[in-house]
Design a protein around this ligand. Structure first.
Ligand code: SF4
Length: 247
């Protein structure tokens, strides 16, 4: 049966769709990405990027298929100046034509983070208003989003699959099984410009108050929220459950 025949008119994805699609594509994540970006059966698609340490690889792959795909970038108000410049430079280098900078809602910031110190005592709450809510808003028109997460990044991501569902949207992780060496080789082969902070000891780059240098042998994301029992910003929630609620 064709993919289109399996998908309802207005694609609302269900938990069982993710393992079925992961099995359908197997190890061919490049074809999954090409289909997701070009086959209307998948619905409206966006790429989500932090323009961080490893973002160039996925964005280059995307640019080889469709330069006009919407790329959602959450500018939290706390990103390093180097990241903002890199977002502009890399977008221009790859000739991405629809990079959307998403910002936190100013009224929400005025009410919940008026002194810009929420990161220091409530990082979950800070991420909620500065990352999760703006991305949720930006994702509203889309049925599928492409993420650059990899399973080697930390233990929480070890079980990452090619496809997931979250909030009835499909999420594609085309780099889920890529190793550091494969990422490095791809970036070298395509002469991709690195994020300027990588050479300064930052293998994973988020907001400036919550990102520190990583020592040799540490988990690449060890510098994120150091000292807190927190390893994710909250935009990647647990995949939808297998069962549908009964009302
Ligand atoms: S990473 Fe830090 S500064 Fe950025 S939104 Fe989360 S808590 Fe706030």
């Amino acid at each position: 049966m064709s993919l289109a025949a399996q998908i309802p008119e207005s694609p609302l994805w269900h938990a069982a769709d993710a393992p079925a699609l992961s099995a359908r594509y197997g190890a061919d994540s490049a074809r999954a990405l090409a289909d997701a970006l070009t086959d209307p059966a998948f619905g409206d698609v966006a790429v989500v990027s932090s323009f961080g340490a490893e973002s160039a690889v996925l964005l280059h792959m995307v640019s080889q298929i469709r330069r006009d795909v919407p790329v959602l970038f959450v500018e939290t108000g706390w990103l390093f100046p180097e990241t903002l410049r890199y977002a502009e430079d890399l977008s221009a280098h790859l000739r991405l034509s629809d990079v959307r900078w998403l910002h936190p809602d100013q009224a929400t910031l005025d009410a919940k983070d008026p002194k810009r110190l929420r990161w220091s005592y409530d990082p979950d709450g800070c991420c909620e208003i500065r990352k999760v809510e703006p991305l949720d808003r930006g994702l509203q028109p889309f049925n599928l989003w492409v993420s650059g997460r990899k399973s080697h990044q930390n233990r929480a991501r070890a079980q990452l699959s090619l496809f997931e569902t979250q909030d009835k949207r499909l999420k594609l992780n085309p780099l889920h099984d890529w190793t550091n060496d494969k990422l490095r080789d791809y970036a070298a082969t395509h002469q991709l410009p690195p994020h300027p902070l990588v050479a300064d000891g930052y293998p994973s780059i988020g907001c400036s108050p919550c990102t520190s240098r990583v020592q040799p042998g540490e988990d690449p994301r060890a510098g994120r929220w150091r000292g807190w029992d927190k390893s994710e910003c909250g935009i990647h929630k647990a995949p939808d459950a297998d069962h549908e609620p009964v009302f």
